[in-house]
Design a protein around this ligand. Structure first.
Ligand SMILES: [Zn+2]
Length: 354
């Protein structure tokens, strides 16, 4: 069993994982800075996921097209889920085929129609948080909705000459539908947002038990290299650590729920008892995960809205900024309005479909 190739470093751009697979990494992996995967097949490159905006998606496409490999045209794009950082750039990828689960495709179409309403209605601390997350890192002006050309349900295999890619869908873990893309011969899996590296992972579906079981299912496969949705490249040990994290955080949430601690007090208490996870980035998403886990433990626990989840994170950040990894002071207002403005004005269906 080999570990990660020694030459892989966590820097922006295309990096070989195995002879037949690469990753396009976007450090530091925080909000909107996701990874993509590439499988080099006899029929061309198969790209898994794109980027949040068109300039970043073009960088990915150019890196693939100018990789110097034979068959470097892009034969197909597979999208792991509907979240914008993975899917919005699809309109800028020169490929005739876009593949997605039918559930994720429905979610993407609804997101495309509703982005303006969803972001434009953010207010108060929720809006402050989204402006800070987007800062001026992204330019959404050219994003257009692109419908998938092929959909599947559950599991599917796609042949590209001698290469077969296995796509496996998991429902209601990170989103309504998240797929992983596996090349069994290369022992590589692109995990989408079912896995982050060195980071707390936000949980919005009260199904952590199913999520850890899904990671056991992944570990049962003969795989060695894992491209997470955000963060550095991962090994089997990292998948195990992620499975254990999901079990750990449920137990931590349950203990605090039974003691009657409100979510915000539970989050403040938990960050002082992170143990092996003290170095993890994005500690502010813990408060969202605890809120969701309370609902998993007790279905009577109220469901928070998108704005409420963002506001929870904002207030948590204000309490803990400078004291936890990655939680810096909020950016000045003039450096964090551009991305929010274009995102809250965007209506991808209105901008044109193809
Ligand atoms: Zn996501």
């Amino acid at each position: 069993m080999t570990s990660l190739p020694l030459h892989t470093r966590y820097v922006t751009g295309l990096q070989a994982v195995t002879p037949g697979a690469s990753a396009y990494l976007q450090p530091d992996g925080h909000y909107g800075l996701n990874n993509a995967g590439v499988f080099w097949t006899p029929q061309g490159a198969v790209l898994v996921d794109t980027a949040f905006d068109v300039p970043r998606a073009r960088h990915i496409a150019q890196a693939v097209l100018h990789s110097g490999r034979d068959h470097s045209q892009i034969a197909a794009l597979i999208l792991t889920h509907d979240h914008g950082d993975h899917s919005f750039g699809a309109c800028a990828i020169p490929t005739p085929r876009v593949i997605m689960s039918s559930t994720a495709a429905t979610a993407l179409r609804e997101a495309a129609a509703g982005t303006r309403v969803r972001y434009g209605s953010l207010h108060g601390a929720g809006r402050e948080m989204m402006e800070t997350l987007l800062a001026d890192k992204f330019d959404f002006t050219e994003v257009k909705y692109r419908a998938p050309t092929e959909t599947f349900q559950g599991e599917a295999r796609f042949g590209f000459g001698a290469t077969t890619l296995r796509v496996i869908e998991f429902q209601n873990l990170h989103t309504a539908s998240d797929s992983i893309v596996v090349d069994e011969e290369q022992h590589v899996a692109v995990m989408g947002d079912l896995m982050f590296a060195d980071s707390h992972i936000p949980m919005f579906m009260p199904r952590s038990r199913h999520w850890s079981a899904a990671m056991d299912q992944v570990l049962a496969m003969d795989l060695e290299h894992f491209i997470p949705g955000h963060g550095r490249l991962c090994s089997r040990d990292d998948v195990r650590a992620h499975r254990d994290y999901l079990l750990w955080i449920y137990d931590e949430a349950e203990r605090r729920f039974r003691r009657g601690m409100p979510v915000s007090a539970a989050a403040d208490d938990l960050v002082m008892h992170l143990g092996p996870y003290a170095h993890y980035q994005r500690a502010d998403v813990l408060i969202n995960s605890l809120d969701t886990l309370y609902r998993e433990i007790s279905p009577d626990h109220p469901r928070s809205s998108f704005n409420e989840h963002l506001a929870q994170r904002w207030h948590f950040r204000m309490r803990w900024r400078g004291k936890l990894p990655g939680l810096t002071d909020p950016l000045p207002l003039n450096t964090r309005l551009g991305g929010f403005r274009t995102l809250s004005e965007m209506n991808m269906l209105g901008a044109g479909t193809e």
